[in-house]
Write a protein that binds this ligand. Structure first.
Ligand code: UD1
Length: 410
């Protein structure tokens, strides 16, 4: 029981940092979470010739971009941070070339980057894959074009936005992603001088400008961290007030928690979630925003695993996310997967065990499960959680959880 405050969204701030490349001079970002991914992105920008000064107490980062940044993002950083692909659009627009190492396993045309590439080509870029790099060039200024995305990809929408703001003429991105993080980057780009209409809808229209100026922008609150705290409150039959959180960005997830038996209400600059009984299970189906977020799917599997009844969880974005189910089974959960469906039959108790976090949200889901499992749960590879959650352990302890970070011999 208690209060936690959420900082700016990881999935936004990494792109805002990339967007700073679009203007020479110093851009300041606020509500920047103190997480590993921000450190990786800072390092990437430094290698591109920027000066990056982080003030973790103030939660800000000041990025000074040179007149001509360099254009190469090396594999050692890209492999740590898939969001590095988001420097592709701004570097191509600013420098005329971008060489970005391919994130592991990806190739041109493969699932993962095909929409980024096809969209940039529509704007006049030439893109090729060479020696593990995606190399995008333009012989002249990018030209506005009509771009239809096969799927409302968050990353592709962002890359195309950042390329189109400095293109000549008007670009229309149809079937664009509508996530709050897209609205956030549009707000920042607009404050830099970009002309974008249709923000928050699936059709974005961008009228290219010649030059953008640096800006001062406050990052949108992290709806996925806020949602994780909300699930934690319900699973532990607790009472948590989440500050700096926007209920309207979590409508379906909070509605599901209400169906599970929680009371959710607005409180201060966020919301309060409490649950007095064992929760009831709830079906979820992940979809692009405003659908249920895939990044809250593992936490809801954890919730359903201790709820009354059975639930079907359908993952439509990243099937690999179900890998975490094996770890839940180690905790005694009754979960079976078939393709992109998982059937979860709730049990009265889970049983603590050593488990391994494979990604950020899986790590969060396992920690939540560990909170309610009998005995000790040890979550290995916690650096994944640190990539997305600032001060997670400290916040859990303040809320009364018995959690500690332990050093493990390599
Ligand atoms: C972002 C988020 C991630 C979130 C996801 C969906 C960041 C750093 N990450 O990831 O946490 O889970 O949005 O909300 O912001 N795809 C293609 N071709 C492409 C682009 C994407 O096939 O060119 C596929 C992907 O493989 C995936 C799906 O589309 O299956 C969704 O991807 P996308 O929306 O692009 O997610 P990311 O931007 O990678």
């Amino acid at each position: 029981m208690g209060e936690v405050r959420v900082t700016g969204a990881k999935n936004s701030v990494l792109k805002l940092m990339a967007a700073s490349l679009l203007a020479e001079g110093t851009t300041t970002l606020r509500e920047v979470p103190d997480i590993l991914d921000v450190e990786y992105m800072s390092e990437l920008l430094r290698r591109l010739g920027c000066e990056v000064i982080r003030d973790t107490d103030a939660g800000s980062v000041a990025i000074t971009v040179p007149g001509v940044p360099s254009h190469k993002a090396d594999y050692d950083l890209v492999r740590k941070l898939r969001a590095s692909i988001n420097v592709l659009g701004p570097l191509l627009a600013r420098c005329g070339q971008a060489d970005v190492a391919l994130p592991g396993g990806d190739n041109i045309g493969s699932r993962g980057l095909d929409m980024h590439v096809a969209g940039l080509e529509k704007l006049g870029a030439t893109v090729r894959s060479e020696h593990g790099f995606l190399i995008a060039t333009r012989s002249e200024r990018l030209r506005g074009a009509m771009v239809w995305l096969d799927f409302p990809s968050v990353g592709a929408t962002e890359n195309l936005l950042m390329a189109a703001v400095l293109a000549q003429g008007t670009t229309v991105i149809d079937n664009a992603a509508r996530e709050p993080e897209i609205v956030d980057i549009c707000a920042m780009l607009t404050s830099m001088g970009a002309r974008i209409s249709g923000v928050g809808t699936s059709t974005l229209e961008i009228e290219g400008v010649d030059l953008l100026s640096p800006t001062d922008h406050t990052t949108v609150p992290d709806r996925l961290v806020a949602g994780t705290w909300a699930v934690a409150a319900v699973m532990t039959q607790g009472d948590v007030t989440v500050g700096n959180a926007r209920m309207e960005h979590l409508e379906i997830a909070l509605d599901k928690l209400t169906l599970a038996g929680a009371i959710v209400e607005a409180a201060g600059d966020g919301f309060r979630v409490r649950c007095e009984d064992r929760p009831r299970s709830v079906d979820v189906v992940t979809l692009p925003y405003p659908g249920f977020p895939t990044d809250l799917q593992p936490q809801f599997i954890a919730l359903n695993s201790i709820a009354h009844g059975a639930a079907m969880v359908t993952e439509n974005l990243f099937e690999a996310r179900f890998r975490f189910v094996n770890e839940m089974v180690r905790l005694g959960a009754d979960v079976r997967t078939d393709g992109h469906h998982a059937m979860v039959r709730g049990k009265a108790t889970l049983s603590g065990a050593p488990v391994e976090a494979a990604d950020i949200r899986a790590g969060a889901g396992l920690v939540l499960a560990g909170l309610v499992a009998e005995g000790v749960t040890t979550v290995y590879e916690p650096h994944h959680v640190d990539r997305g959650y600032e001060g997670f352990v400290e916040d859990l302890v303040r809320l009364g959880a018995d959690v500690s970070r332990i050093a493990v011999a390599p």
